[in-house]
Design a protein around this ligand. Structure first.
Ligand code: MN
Ligand code: MN
Length: 487
């Protein structure tokens, strides 16, 4: 090897340049990356809605011996609580928070990873079923920020819950098995699309026109007016025991009826519905779960998987709610917060714990896409394959509505990752004034917690089929693990 020049050495020392993680993956790591990716694909194929994802998490938490917070109202259960104890809060089956108690008192602060488990999708309207042109159709209202046209002419699956007349809740899942029927939103043939093609992309397929094809067979009775609609109602009634009025309360979501798949000849990428933000939810979940076995962690480890992020985090399952504070308040009340100058379980304990705590807001970042290079500043863009992304700040315009981590905290996280051999990269969402976005970070930061946005780079975000790199999935899991252990 030729000796390096002084300039080359200096450049190596002073510049921050990243190669793709693949360049320094050992054979052993490569096997782990594949296994982890396989588990992830199975998990998100089974968790295509916030309810389904949460249900899987709850099942695993139960299996690992976590205790439902409601059971702790029993005195004897409460007394058993000690470092290493594991508890969870089920938030209406759509969101979950869990913790592994640390050796240090809560007043030392807790380490949190928080992601969201809802993804953009097509929801049913409350009175959705109608008949036109010999078809039965479902009228819908899209959820989250989507490009409407991307959701047409792809197979869709129907997921959700609906109630029978007797008040029984029925789960619906049609379109995921090979022999299930699927659903579809039709689009206009190019031959007749002259006018449509002249319109702006935001207008040529309007949200109101996202109607899902439900069937076309008439119910054979001359005395019935809407025969096709009646066929669909009768099938739903047969299968689920529901009538049309049940749609008023039902939560039914149409999601892409596609399974997670490897992408590329080298199988380095994963294509799937809902990487935003279930790739971060999955990695956060398993990173936090690592502390459920063996020695208790130093600081208490908390994982927050929230709902409704894609529509502003509002409501009692979203991060804007007080559920997260309630959870910390509960920990304080139960486990004798060591800020003992205050009365036991006083409100101030909760606020002190929060202000000493640290969180990674685990959410995806927009990976640089060479096909649309001009919306990114290449210096601050995140890249598929280059590791976990740190976004010091979010927001749009002049950083409006964003969350901005302090230099101190950001530096601390950078260091923890580097010391643990976790490759991290910068990532801001596009060029200045090109758009922007947010996560649940600001909400938790408002409580006094140090929060940094930190997650996986994604291509085609919010499309029905998003793309991530396997090596980023793995690196992000290791990053969350390092943070929870060392922060
Ligand atoms: Mn997100
Ligand atoms: Mn999103």
């Amino acid at each position: 090897m030729e000796e390096k020049t002084a300039g080359q050495l200096l450049a190596e020392n002073l510049s921050f340049e990243l190669k793709t993680c693949w360049e320094h993956i050992t054979r052993e790591d490569a096997t782990k990356i594949e296994q982890f990716a396989d588990n992830y694909k199975k998990f998100i194929d089974k968790g295509k809605t916030e309810r389904e994802f949460t249900a899987q998490c709850l099942e695993i938490l139960e299996r690992k011996g976590f205790i439902d917070i409601e059971n702790l109202l029993l005195e004897e259960k409460r007394k058993e609580m000690a470092p290493g104890s594991k508890i969870y809060l089920n938030i209406k089956g759509k969101s979950v928070i869990f913790a592994v108690l640390g050796k240090k008192p809560l007043s030392a602060g807790v380490n949190i990873v928080g992601a969201h488990v809802d993804s953009p999708r097509i929801d049913l309207k409350t009175n959705p079923l109608y008949e036109d042109g010999g078809f039965a159709l479902f009228d819908t209202h899209y959820y989250g920020g989507i490009k409407h046209y991307q959701w047409t002419t792809i197979p869709l699956a129907m997921h959700g819950v609906i109630f029978t007349k007797d008040g029984e809740k029925r789960d619906i899942c049609i379109g995921e098995n090979e022999d299930d029927p699927v659903f579809v939103i039709t689009d206009l043939l190019p031959h007749l699309a002259q006018d449509q093609m002249q319109k702006k992309a935001s207008e040529f397929f309007r949200g109101e026109d996202l109607d899902v094809l439900a069937g076309s067979k008439p119910y054979l009775d001359e005395n019935v007016k809407e025969k096709v609609k009646l066929t669909i109602l009768s099938i739903l009634n047969e299968r689920y025991g529901v009538t049309e009025e049940a749609f008023a309360s039902a939560e039914i979501e149409f999601v892409p009826a596609v399974k997670a798949r490897d992408i590329g000849l080298d199988r380095s990428l994963i294509g799937a519905y809902g990487h935003d933000d279930r790739s971060c939810a999955f990695t956060a979940f398993w990173a936090a779960l690592d502390f459920a076995e063996g020695d208790a962690p130093e600081k208490t480890v908390v994982c927050y998987l929230s709902d409704k992020e894609e529509i502003g985090s509002m409501g009692n399952t979203g991060a804007e709610s007080r559920q997260f504070e309630n959870f910390i308040a509960f920990l304080c009340a139960q486990f004798a917060c060591a800020t003992s100058v205050y009365a036991p379980s006083s409100d101030i304990d909760t606020r002190v714990v929060l202000s000493k705590s640290a969180m990674l807001s685990a959410d995806v970042n927009a990976a640089f896409d060479p096909s649309f290079a001009d919306v990114w500043d290449k210096k601050t863009a995140s890249y598929c394959g280059k590791g976990i992304v740190l976004s010091k700040y979010t927001g749009r315009g002049g950083k409006y509505g964003g969350s901005d981590a302090s230099a101190e905290f950001c530096w601390k996280v950078q260091n923890i990752l580097s010391k643990n051999g976790v490759q991290w990269q910068f990532g801001n969402l596009g060029k200045v004034d090109k758009g922007g976005g947010g996560t649940i970070a600001y909400r938790i930061a408002n409580l006094g917690v140090d929060v940094l946005d930190c997650g996986i780079p994604v291509l085609s975000m919010h499309a029905p089929f998003e793309i991530i790199s396997k090596v980023d999935l793995w690196t992000t899991y290791r990053g969350y693990l390092a943070f929870l252990k060392d922060c």
